[in-house]
Ligand binder design. Structure first.
Ligand SMILES: NC(=O)c1ccc[n+]([C@@H]2O[C@H](COP(=O)([O-])OP(=O)(O)OC[C@H]3O[C@@H](n4cnc5c(N)ncnc54)[C@H](O)[C@@H]3O)[C@@H](O)[C@H]2O)c1
Length: 426
């Protein structure tokens, strides 16, 4: 009989995992508190824009039993996998969804069940928070049921590193847990899986990965501000530095950091370390620098307009792309939204277009978006924008100023057409 897997939280992490488990022959169930999401999944419609789900869900949805009622799907489960959000509220970890998911599992966990937390958490969460909630079942962790952490590394929209090709780390509270979890992940993942010495190490791996990115992006964002003053083209410098085959890894400046992970996870480590009497000044500075970037972009827009004697408040600006990264519809913590907010506060007239987010757009096409605007701001560099926004296209559509927040357009070609080009650090 196939093992019965129940995934709790069917979003960017949980739903692709559910599809993968079906493909690998497990009996799969899913629990989510969002009824609309459940309703869509039962019809085979992905509740989020994701290329993997768009391809896979229609083929497998009939084999996933999903519900927003605990009693429909949580009983009779061998492996529970938790993929609920772990947001930060006012820079503090908000573990309410995780605690609530664990309370639900505690009602149905049984002897020999394995519970794996895939949500991103700070070191100590599994043993200090999850374990006591699960033991309210009357069962003992490691003795009756198995518990561990296998942080998810999925990169929505990344066609090369799809879920089953991404190496994983994991650790459980007991050797039996490690064995069962390793067997499970080996059966679904075609990449290396490393078992760490403790659950705290596995928890720390994920926050280290994401704080590493936040710090390095903050570093290049700070360089961008400095090099703009010195009139040094930072993207070119990064290209130059990248020719060194060791000891350097390129990161790129931009409008700030978004998404559920990098913009939030550093707060998990900062807050946990603070409870242990340590202040992470480096991480706090990185957050501050990255959070300052949307305002910096507004400054770039304002000075480019001023050079043409246009006041920001009298201008009409086109915002292209609202998601926090290209080719997806996820706007969580997106710097684009912060740029929009800052401009609206200054009463700027905005035309907003994101083909992945038609409901949040106020125009229906790229041509309509840029027509009659004083300045075009490329916020999310969706492939279709990058392909379309050639110097010729911009000139043919009377573009005056373009602010390319990811430095992905043809700067020289655009300038050669007499259009003002501004990048971030470029
Ligand atoms: N999105 C990513 O790229 C990514 C990558 C790696 C890790 N993670 C981590 O994975 C976790 C999930 O992230 P996500 O992006 O999939 O979030 P998401 O918001 O896309 O999905 C989470 C789902 O959980 C549901 N949910 C909330 N509370 C619940 C509860 N108590 N019981 C059942 N369902 C509940 C929500 O309705 C939602 O459908 C987070 O900890 C995140 O940091 C995310």
């Amino acid at each position: 009989m196939p093992e019965r897997v129940c995934i709790i939280g069917l979003g960017y992490v949980g739903l692709p995992l559910a599809c993968l488990c079906v493909e690998k022959g497990f009996e799969v169930k899913g629990f989510d508190i969002d009824r609309q999401r459940i309703e869509k999944i039962t019809r085979g419609v992905p509740p989020i824009r994701d290329s993997f789900l768009e391809k896979t869900l229609p083929l497998v949805y009939e084999k996933i039993k999903v519900s927003s009622k605990q009693g429909d799907v949580l009983p009779n489960t061998d492996i529970f996998i938790v993929a609920v959000p772990t947001p930060a509220e006012k820079s503090r970890p908000d573990l309410k969804p995780l605690k609530s998911a664990c309370r639900a599992i505690s009602k149905f966990v049984s002897k020999n069940s394995l519970v794996i937390i895939e949500s991103t958490i700070y070191p100590g969460t599994v043993e200090e928070i999850v374990l006591p909630i699960l033991e309210k079942s009357g069962l003992k962790c490691s003795q009756d049921f198995l518990l561990g952490h296998c942080p998810e590394r999925i990169d929505p929209g990344n066609k090369k590193f799809v879920l089953q090709k991404i190496p994983r780390v994991l650790a459980c509270t007991s050797p039996e847990g490690n064995k069962k979890a390793l067997d499970f992940y080996r059966s679904i993942i075609d990449a290396d899986i490393m078992v760490l010495n403790s659950v705290r190490e596995a928890e720390a791996v994920k926050v280290v990965e994401n704080t590493f990115r936040d710090i390095n992006i903050a570093y290049v964002n700070e360089l961008a501000k400095s090099f703009e003053k010195m009139k040094i083209d930072l993207p070119q410098v990064i290209r130059g530095a990248s020719t060194k085959p060791f000891g350097y890894m390129p990161f790129y400046p931009g409008p700030g950091v978004g998404g559920h992970c990098i913009a939030q996870d550093p707060y998990y480590l900062i807050s946990k370390a603070r409870k242990h009497g340590f202040e992470h000044s480096f991480l706090k500075l990185a957050r501050k620098i990255n959070n300052s970037m949307p305002a910096h972009v507004v400054g770039i827009i304002e000075s480019a307009l001023a050079a043409k004697n246009i006041k920001l408040e009298d201008s009409k600006i086109c915002i292209l792309g609202l998601s926090y990264k290209p080719d997806i519809d996820d706007t969580r913590e997106s710097p684009s939204l912060k740029i929009v907010d800052l401009l609206l506060k200054k009463r700027v007239k905005l035309k907003i277009f994101d083909p992945f987010l038609p409901k949040e757009s106020n125009v229906a096409s790229l041509i309509e978006a840029i027509a009659g605007c004083n300045c075009i701001v490329l916020c999310a560099h969706h492939s279709q924008f990058v392909e379309k926004l050639s110097p010729e296209f911009l000139a043919a559509n009377n573009a005056q100023i373009i602010v390319d927040t990811h430095n992905v357009l043809d700067k020289k070609g655009i300038q050669a057409k007499g259009i003002v080009y501004k990048g971030v650090g470029a």
